[in-house]
Design a protein around this ligand. Structure first.
Ligand SMILES: Nc1ncnc2c1ncn2[C@@H]1O[C@H](COP(=O)(O)OP(=O)(O)OP(=O)(O)O)[C@@H](O)[C@H]1O
Ligand SMILES: [Mg+2]
Length: 377
């Protein structure tokens, strides 16, 4: 069961505390009270609440003073605070509250629905932030592992060579060398993915846009991935759309898009499954989903494990992997789809996904193209 969020309500007026208590408890929160700034600080240190509702007008230590102390303390500085001000027109107080680090303000008399909505939205945001932090630290430990183990393979091969182990056996040397080469290339791929994601997120990825044909990009990516599919016993089929208009795009980056989608399809489809790749023209007439005009489209459809509907919105987040993938033997870092989405969108395109758990998945990428004007003769 999910842990209940704990809220500390701080107000010098007992009536207000009773009201806040009732209201929040009814919504399933754990509530504790403090009747002064001082009490707020000591309870915060002892209970470490998930959120603090802080009245501004209190004798002795007022809300602002209390807020300053909370934010100055390493242990309490990240706890979100909603300040409760008496006067809705008191812009100065509100401004002061924000500048001291408050997350929200509410004016008295408290609107019950608004209070609950704000509390929930702040708690949600905090939870999402924690999840990302957790993912990042998981990712870092995984990354260290993912870079360390192949590196030891490479070092092992080099040591053998240096020690003269292959002197009498060039055939064996070649075998070991090619496995070290393969391992190095995988490492480089991982490092490049990490750098790409960082650049895409900082908006610093330079796109080298040139007139290009999506079919050509798909053909070369598929030629590379055919072997992988064959090794896994998967039938890979390609249907190239005819007369696909030329688009302005970075062919190297679009190659990454295609490669990531097709290698995912192969990775998450069991033996004897099918992967179908299709290109075609897609026209959006009236700003459908924010898109208008002519697009080159790519479908990558598989008969694999699928993704549950509650996980679909998250798979494009970096480091994120669905439950079905975690159970699979195939390892990844969860960067592929982040790159797919960011690259596609930086070309003015979009990615769509439809999936059904246990049946299969279809990803569709559309990127804008310019259709030749038809000159009537
Ligand atoms: N074709 C697919 N079928 C089923 N699940 C998929 C498919 N493509 C992606 N997923 C799910 O989305 C997750 C994120 O995909 P993504 O490509 O970002 O990461 P990855 O393949 O696990 O690792 P990486 O691509 O970094 O090696 C996957 O872990 C998997 O759970
Ligand atoms: Mg992937």
């Amino acid at each position: 069961m999910e842990e209940r969020s704990r809220i500390l309500a701080v107000d010098d007026a007992p009536d207000n505390l009773i009201l806040l208590n009732k209201l929040l408890k009814r919504q399933g929160f754990d509530v504790s009270n403090a009747a002064s700034g001082k009490e707020c600080l000591s309870k915060t240190a002892g209970e470490h609440p998930d959120l603090i509702l802080l009245d501004v007008a209190m004798p002795e230590m007022d809300g602002f003073e209390t807020l300053k102390h909370l934010k100055a303390n390493e242990l309490s500085k990240d706890i979100p605070v909603i300040i409760l001000t008496a006067n809705s027109k008191d812009a100065v107080s509100i401004e002061q509250g924000f500048s001291l680090g408050a997350d929200e303000y509410l004016t008295k008399p408290i609107d019950q629905e608004e209070l609950i909505a704000r509390v929930r939205s702040i708690l949600r945001a905090v939870k999402a932030e924690h999840e990302i932090e957790q993912l990042k630290s998981d990712f870092q430990s995984m990354l260290v592992h993912d870079l360390r183990s192949p590196l030891s393979v490479i070092i092992g091969v080099l040591e053998l060579g240096v020690n003269g182990e292959f002197d009498q056996n060039p055939g064996e040397m070649k075998e070991f060398m090619s496995s070290a080469l393969d391992t190095s290339q995988k490492m480089l791929g991982l490092i490049n993915d990490i750098l790409d994601v960082a650049k895409l997120e900082a908006g610093k990825l330079q796109l080298n846009k040139q007139p290009n044909d999506l079919n050509a990009v798909v053909a070369s990516a598929v030629a590379r991935l055919k072997i992988l599919a064959r090794e896994k016993g998967i039938v890979l089929t390609v249907e190239f759309g005819k007369d696909l208009p030329i688009g302005e795009f970075d062919s190297g980056k679009m190659d990454q898009v295609v490669t990531n989608l097709v290698s995912n399809a192969i990775k998450f489809t069991p033996k004897d499954g099918k992967v179908l790749i299709r290109t075609y023209i897609r026209r959006f007439e009236n700003d459908v989903l924010g898109l208008k005009g002519t697009f080159a489209a790519l479908d990558v459809e598989d008969t694999g494990v699928g993704i549950s509907s509650d996980e679909i919105p998250m798979i494009f987040d970096r480091y994120r992997q669905a439950r079905s993938a975690k159970n699979s033997v195939q390892k990844g870092t969860g960067l592929g789809l982040t790159i797919v989405k960011r690259v596609t969108e930086s070309h003015g395109g979009r990615v769509f996904v439809e999936s059904s758990l246990g049946k299969g998945t279809k990803f569709t990428v559309v990127i804008p193209v310019t259709e030749e004007e038809m000159v009537s003769q």
